[in-house]
Design a protein around this ligand. Structure first.
Ligand SMILES: *Cc1c(COP(=O)(O)O)cnc(C)c1O
Length: 406
């Protein structure tokens, strides 16, 4: 029997672990299994050495110092620590935080929690192309503003914000600049110092490392930033995050960072070529659009809408052979359109007709060939069956149609 084809184009959700990373991790499960906090014997020292080296590799990836890296269980925890920790630490200065409607839920839901704790949060709108208006950002800063949180690259659209300018605005007004760099770290150059970022959060499993390990960068000099610990205990990680370190995971994170630095340029060039080939082929389909600016976007991502074709239905036409994300999120009761695409101003129909393609280090040209064929066939098939598409082709203005309700 022919084995079912499996193509993975959902690398923004998670990446496979690079075999070189697995190899680096294995000794830390068995030989060097010590607790990195054990100071009295070589078992502990070996584990600590592994962690120290990884801290160097991870710091280097983003242009930081080793002492500025706090290991966590992932980006979600790092984001919670950064936002809640800064809110608590800088309570005397103010209680106002500025963020954006298209941020990851880890940021938005943490901000919601901070509002319940007495914080004030401004959620900025975005333009139709997913960029933020920098004048609006600057105008939102008030005397009680302590922090601005803007993600480097968006997970759904790949759109990159103007980090340099945002850093300048924050510096000018003396507010902290936090960035969720999860989607950018390891894929494109990120230098937190050059960009004026004070707090940055990222995770290993989006850059070919293991799940369950992430980091928070905390700027140490000019300004010396501090966050209040959210997990108390043995005082690990300079007192900012207690708990026995996930040594094999951290070693893997370090190795993933090292490989990313080596392969970044090569990977990005190869993937952007493949992404463009996929995108251009799909744009040959009628009424197909790209969501988010193409002028400032991650090299391996494209988010596209196929008008009058429902994304979830389209995915069913290729029989689970291609792993992709649609612009719909399943909640318990219904299919909700992506809040990111809605914030950009797409109607529910266009949001529901979108697919996110995120390529990765292990994507091949054959994967792209197959995907182009499958999507084209699927879109044409769905439209052939669709009375709405037929009406649209006949030139009927669908917004004027009065649908009867039975
Ligand atoms: C995946 C992701 C997160 C969450 O990371 P975890 O390590 O899974 O907690 C946060 N922000 C962005 C932009 C992400 O893509």
């Amino acid at each position: 029997m022919e084995q079912k084809r499996r193509i993975y184009l959902d690398n923004n959700a998670t990446t496979p672990v690079d075999p070189r990373v697995v190899e680096a991790m294995i000794p830390y499960f068995t030989n060097h299994f010590g607790n990195a906090a054990s100071r009295n014997h070589p078992f502990g020292w070996e584990a600590e050495e592994g962690v120290d080296y990884a801290r160097e590799q991870v710091a280097k990836l983003i242009g930081a110092e080793e002492k500025e890296i706090i290991f966590t269980s992932g980006a979600t925890e790092a984001i919670n620590l950064a936002l809640k920790g800064a809110f608590e630490m800088y309570a005397k200065k103010g209680n106002h935080i500025i963020t954006v409607k298209t941020e990851h839920k880890a940021v938005l839901d943490t901000c919601k929690h901070i509002e319940k704790m007495g914080g004030e949060v401004t959620y900025l709108d975005v333009n139709y192309d997913a960029t933020i208006n920098l004048d609006e950002l600057e105008a939102a800063i008030k005397p009680n503003t302590i922090l601005v949180s803007v993600m480097f690259a968006n997970n759904e659209t790949g759109v990159i914000q103007d980090m340099k300018r945002i850093g300048e605005i924050c510096a000018k007004h003396g507010v902290l600049f936090m960035s969720d760099i999860t989607q950018a770290a390891g894929k494109i150059p990120v230098n937190v110092k050059e960009l004026g970022i004070h707090l940055a959060t990222f995770t290993a499993h989006k850059m070919y490392g293991p799940k369950g390990v992430g980091a928070l960068f905390v700027n140490r000099i000019k300004p010396r930033v501090k966050v209040t610990a959210q997990i108390d205990g043995g005082g690990h990680e300079r007192g900012m995050r207690s708990g026995t370190l996930n040594v094999p995971g951290i070693v893997g994170f370090g190795k993933a960072a090292e490989i990313a630095m080596q392969d970044m340029e090569k990977d990005a060039a190869r993937l952007s070529k493949m992404r463009d080939r996929l995108q251009n082929a799909l744009l040959e389909l009628e009424e197909t659009t790209i969501n988010g600016t193409t002028a400032s976007r991650m090299p391996h991502v494209t988010n596209m809408s196929f008008k009058h074709v429902e994304g979830e239905g389209l995915m069913m036409t290729f029989n689970q052979e291609i792993g992709l994300s649609s612009g719909s999120a399943c909640t318990s009761a219904s299919l909700e359109p992506s809040y990111v695409l809605v914030a950009m101003g797409l109607g529910d129909d266009l949001a529901h007709s979108s697919l996110r393609f995120s390529l990765g280090r292990f994507t091949t040209d054959a994967d792209i060939d197959y995907t182009i064929e499958a999507i084209k066939k699927g879109v044409n098939h769905m439209r052939d069956l669709s009375p709405i598409w037929e009406m649209y082709k006949e030139g009927i203005d669908l917004s004027q149609v009065e649908w009867s309700e039975h």
